[in-house]
Design a protein around this ligand. Structure first.
Ligand code: PMP
Length: 285
């Protein structure tokens, strides 16, 4: 089956969806994105992703080209057309095509809006959740507004390759001795039963999964501390995990070649994963 994608108001076979070489997403990484998970044909936390999308656009002074209701409709139509049971929906909005100039083009320049699906059968049954991830630490060399979900993902991409070369699955980025986040996820440690994750700010992406998981943790009477933690603290933690829309809650069992805690998947991470998947399925639309 040929995948059907959405481009600027039209549903098209993927090989017919074309974007200008002058698109500012292509020339300047001048665009933002969201990734929403689909479980059982339903969208997880659509509201959270729509709100963050609006915030990213506002921070870049890009006028949102689509209403929340229409955006929901496009997501649902792509799930239907592509018969997605479990998978992801990628959304990207750029400032559109204009003759190359560092200054933004006039505000009425039409945005480019693209959505496509990725089928991921068994997304919630990822076997990695049983064994956990190995991560390495790398210096955080990204720009200073990581709270805006832009498409400039080259450094995170390099980080994944560094992890791969080191025989690990991912990298945690470190700035001034403190862990910021994973290349495409938020980072957490657990010490003496307390869940510690970096506070919100310009230094990290405000994960939609992070917000949900912290809410569930507090509802389950788990202790949560939102503060920066050092790489040394992480190495000395009882357990560790990451969160993202596509990985949900995923245990981390090794950091820079050394086991974290027992080196096995931790209880807190396992419990939070179970709660998150259950509650997200219930709330999916
Ligand atoms: N941090 C970064 C750098 C990310 O790229 C992502 C995923 N896009 C996250 C955190 C997790 O965010 P979310 O839970 O909204 O997927």
């Amino acid at each position: 089956m040929t995948r059907t994608v959405y481009l600027n108001g039209a549903y098209l076979p993927e090989d017919q969806a074309k974007v200008s070489i002058f698109d500012r997403g292509f020339l300047f990484a001048d665009g933002v994105y969201e990734v929403t998970s689909v479980l059982g044909g339903k969208l997880l936390d659509f509201e959270g992703h729509a709100v963050r999308l609006q915030r990213s656009l506002s921070e870049l002074e890009i006028t949102n080209p689509i209403s929340k209701d229409d955006l929901l409709e496009v997501h649902r139509e792509l799930v239907r057309l592509n018969e997605i049971d479990d998978g992801l929906i990628y959304l990207q909005i750029t400032r559109g095509a204009a003759d190359r100039d560092f200054a933004y083009p006039p505000a009425d320049t039409p945005c480019t809006i693209v959505l496509f699906t990725q089928a991921k059968p068994g997304l919630a049954e990822n076997p990695m959740a049983q064994t956990g991830l190995k991560v390495i630490s790398i210096e955080d060399q990204r720009w200073g507004r990581r709270d805006i979900k832009t498409v400039q993902l080259l450094y995170p991409s390099m980080g994944k390759m560094m992890a791969k070369a080191a025989g690990a699955h991912d990298a945690w980025m470190v700035e001034d001795g403190f862990v910021t986040e994973g290349t495409s996820n938020n980072a957490y440690i657990v010490k003496n039963g307390k869940i510690i994750t970096r506070h919100l700010g310009h230094e990290i992406l405000h994960g939609i999964t992070r917000a949900a998981v912290l809410r569930f943790a507090r509802e389950a009477q788990m202790e949560v501390e939102e503060r920066a933690f050092t790489l040394d603290e992480a190495k000395d933690a009882d357990e560790a995990f990451i969160t993202s829309a596509s990985m949900f809650v995923m245990p981390v069992v090794e950091l820079d070649g050394a086991p974290i805690g027992t080196g096995k998947v931790g209880q807190v991470a396992s419990r939070l994963r179970e709660i998150y998947v259950d509650e997200s399925r219930k709330a999916a639309i």
